[in-house]
Ligand binder design. Structure first.
Ligand SMILES: Cc1cc2nc3c(=O)[nH]c(=O)nc-3n(C[C@H](O)[C@H](O)[C@H](O)COP(=O)(O)OP(=O)(O)OC[C@H]3O[C@@H](n4cnc5c(N)ncnc54)[C@H](O)[C@@H]3O)c2cc1C
Length: 501
């Protein structure tokens, strides 16, 4: 705790970081300055905390910081409100210290981890429910609140958020706004996270506080903030539109032996049932097998959750049943579906029981291309010996987030890199067919630089304007640490060694 943060340790780029400042004739370090306005209990330089906050589920960040110091933060600060957040960011600006904003850290691909060392700002204490308007059905809340806490508070008023990620038990409102927030619970029925935002408060890289709404016409818009991983500032408060707590939840699930029938059924549930599902997913049997103890025997499972008034959910379930019969779907036992819904937030992680490392990639595939993407996945997968599994959740209209897991072990490096190669080939294929990746972090921004130059260039212009010192970790969306040709060379070598031709 009392360790001095020196210039070298706080910033990978030495020339930009005068971390000791002179005041009243006495030199003070950054930690001392911060402790003057943030409780010392919420300023940490503890080695274990730094390592854990500089990592994520993909285990790649921790692999990186073992070898490269600049992937490890030097200090974690947890401000409690917009005022202290603004002061903290202003101090970082004055001292040119790199910042990484972090909430629950459930996103992957190093999207909430440092790439230039420096300060991690943990947003989770900015979590107050400031105002609930039951008539307008809106809430103003600190962006660091977890979805679960928000849902519990709102339920007292008969209200609920429209959309949230399946990681809702831990993940925070600000995290879902800054990651795409385009796939998850409620999205097929109510639209994306961005659609629910009325306004928000952003602390800019110079510490200035800006209130931004749908109608504001300043330099930075709501569209610039949603899905840009905190590169333009920290969201401290959000005003969201809500929905009523509903009274009836019903689940329909069918197994299919043909991939084509499963995909057609999935798409029909979105277009041919009058009431949209609250949640919709399609998964391969292997995903069910690796994440649940008992599982249906058909190769593909499609299941939908309807959450509304009883008449609406019953009508939807019956429409879903009719469609399934036409496509030879086999009804899945209700108790299994209930278990899946109860365990929804754990399923992605539970698959990790079968391997020492969860290696995965998240693809953003148009529903039009879903069948061809899956066909290509199956064809490529047949060449590999390691276990592979996939599942998809429905997202923004016309789009799906497809998650592909390769279950291997870092202790078998050739196999480990072959799994990465398999996911890499699918990534390139998805970009070439007009699709993309879902989550963008330090380890996969290089795909954007290669395949979506125009998006990157556009984002760079605003980045230069609002963050000319480049303090808010930009190694996502606008800058890549890795080079496409080096990754391709590494993975091609791995495939040759693994005898994949
Ligand atoms: C089991 C599981 C299920 C998941 N399900 C879904 C899902 O259904 N849909 C989905 O989209 N994702 C899902 N994810 C990914 C992840 O949980 C979500 O993206 C989540 O919204 C991230 O929130 P977080 O609080 O953990 O943010 P973090 O991981 O801490 O941060 C994510 C990004 O947002 C930025 N950020 C965080 N807070 C702020 C802020 N206040 N201001 C500015 N920038 C900020 C960070 O810098 C980082 O770039 C899942 C992950 C897991 C492990």
């Amino acid at each position: 705790m009392n360790e001095t943060i020196t210039k070298e340790k706080v910033n990978g780029k030495l020339t930009r970081s005068p971390s000791k400042v002179k005041k009243r004739g006495k030199k003070r370090n950054f930690e001392e300055i911060v402790k003057e306005f943030i409780s010392p209990y919420h300023v940490s330089t503890n080695r274990y905390e730094l390592e854990s906050a500089s990592a994520d589920l993909t285990s790649l960040p921790s692999y990186h910081y073992k070898f490269k110091k600049n992937y490890l933060a030097s200090i974690i600060v947890r401000p409690a409100d917009t005022e202290s957040l603004s002061l903290l960011i202003k101090k970082c600006w004055e001292l040119s210290l790199p910042i990484t904003i972090r909430a629950a850290g459930t996103s992957c691909f190093s999207s909430a981890t440092p790439a230039m060392g420096g300060v991690i700002i943990d947003m989770r204490r900015i979590n107050k429910v400031e105002h609930i308007d039951t008539e307008k059905m809106t809430v103003r809340v600190g962006a660091g609140i977890s979805w679960l806490n928000l849902m519990e508070k709102l339920s007292d008023y008969g209200l609920a958020p429209k959309v949230y990620p399946t990681s809702f038990k831990t993940s925070c409102v600000g995290g879902f706004i800054a990651t795409p927030g385009k796939a998850g619970i409620g999205v097929p029925k109510y639209g994306t996270m961005a659609d629910s935002i009325i306004s928000l408060t952003l602390v800019l890289p110079n510490g200035k506080v800006e209130h931004i709404s749908k109608d504001s016409n300043g330099e930075i818009s709501l569209d610039d903030i949603t899905g840009t991983y905190g590169i333009y500032g920290a969201i401290s408060e959000v005003e969201l539109s809500l929905t009523n707590l509903q009274t009836s939840l019903e689940i329909a699930g069918y197994g299919f032996s043909s991939l084509e029938d499963a995909v057609n059924y999935y798409k029909a549930l979105l277009s041919k049932v009058p009431d949209k599902p609250f949640f919709l997913s399609i998964s391969e049997r292997k995903f069910e097998q690796y994440s649940h103890i008992n599982f249906p025997s058909q190769d593909w499972l499609v299941w939908a959750v309807y959450y509304d008034d009883p008449e609406v959910t019953i009508r939807s379930i019956s429409a879903a049943e009719n469609l399934a019969q036409n496509l030879k779907g086999i009804k899945v036992d209700e108790s299994y579906l209930k278990e899946k819904w109860r365990d929804i937030s754990d399923a992605e992680v539970a698959i990790g029981r079968t391997s020492r490392n969860i290696i995965f990639q998240e693809y953003w595939i148009s529903n039009e291309n879903l069948l061809s993407f899956y066909e290509s996945y199956l064809k490529r997968a047949s060449k590999y010996k390691f276990p592979i599994a996939t599942y998809t959740i429905s997202g923004e209209e016309g789009w799906s987030r497809v998650k592909v897991f390769g279950l291997s072990d870092i202790t078998r490096p050739i196999e480990f890199f072959s799994v990465k190669a398999f996911l890499h080939d699918l990534s390139m294929e998805s970009f070439k067919q007009g699709d993309s990746l879902y989550t963008i972090g330090i380890v996969n921004t290089f795909y954007l630089l290669k395949y979506r130059r125009e998006v990157v260039n556009q984002r760079k212009i605003l980045k230069k304007k609002v963050d000319p010192k480049d303090l808010f970790n930009s190694y996502r969306i606008v800058k890549a640490r890795m080079k496409h040709w080096r990754i391709s060379l590494l993975f091609t070598t791995a495939k040759l060694l693994y005898k994949i031709f």
